[in-house]
Design a protein around this ligand. Structure first.
Ligand SMILES: Cc1cc2nc3c(=O)[nH]c(=O)nc-3n(C[C@H](O)[C@H](O)[C@H](O)COP(=O)(O)O)c2cc1C
Length: 168
């Protein structure tokens, strides 16, 4: 079995999660940063895991466009989706609005790996935005190892796919 992890990360949190998945999944795993790889060959992979951080309510535009361009190939494989964000209640919304309905519905596992606001790394506008939003709803979170371990276990046990599962 071969697995491909495609991720989008601006300040490294999602990248850390993708690396953690790579270490835990027992089969051959390739990992690609969507921001550096416009064309990604999906040939030969049984599982495709796509994960993105969320900025102002949206997953990465490059991830969304990639999934649209490759929808036919993606739908022939086992798909798992994850987001990294600081409002866990909105995870389903981010995934269902970020990916097309067909991909969202075909996904065998949807996950939230948490998120971190790294204020020192943000530019002026990003700091203003997070200051405004965090007063209302954004809660600093840490990396959710439990949720990553659940996805790793799911893939290791279901090499050929299984019923759709949603983590807690
Ligand atoms: C400007 C800005 C806007 C953000 N908007 C959202 C948001 O709308 N919803 C959310 O849940 N998290 C939001 N976040 C939190 C990020 O998703 C979180 O910091 C994540 O860990 C970033 O991951 P990355 O370093 O891989 O890009 C925002 C963060 C920043 C800096």
């Amino acid at each position: 079995m071969r697995t491909l992890i495609i991720y989008s990360s601006k300040y490294g949190f999602t990248e850390e999660c993708a690396d953690y998945l790579k270490e835990g999944i027992k089969c051959e795993v390739a990992i690609k940063d969507i921001r550096l790889n416009k064309q990604i060959d999906l040939t030969g992979y049984d599982w495709i895991i796509m994960g993105s951080s969320v900025y102002v309510g949206k997953i990465s535009k490059k991830m969304k466009a990639f999934a649209e361009r490759n929808i036919d190939k993606l739908l022939k494989r086992n798909i798992a989706l994850f987001v990294c964000c600081t409002t866990p209640n909105d995870v389903d919304k981010y995934l269902s609005e970020g990916f097309s309905t067909k991909i969202y519905e075909a996904s065998k596992y949807n996950a939230n790996f948490g998120g971190k606001l790294q204020r020192d790394k943000l530019n002026f506008f990003e700091r203003k935005i997070t200051d405004m939003i965090s007063k209302k709803e954004m809660k600093p979170q840490e990396i959710l190892y439990k949720n990553m371990d659940s996805l790793i276990e799911f893939i290791n046990l279901n090499e050929n796919g299984d019923d759709k599962k949603r983590d807690e």
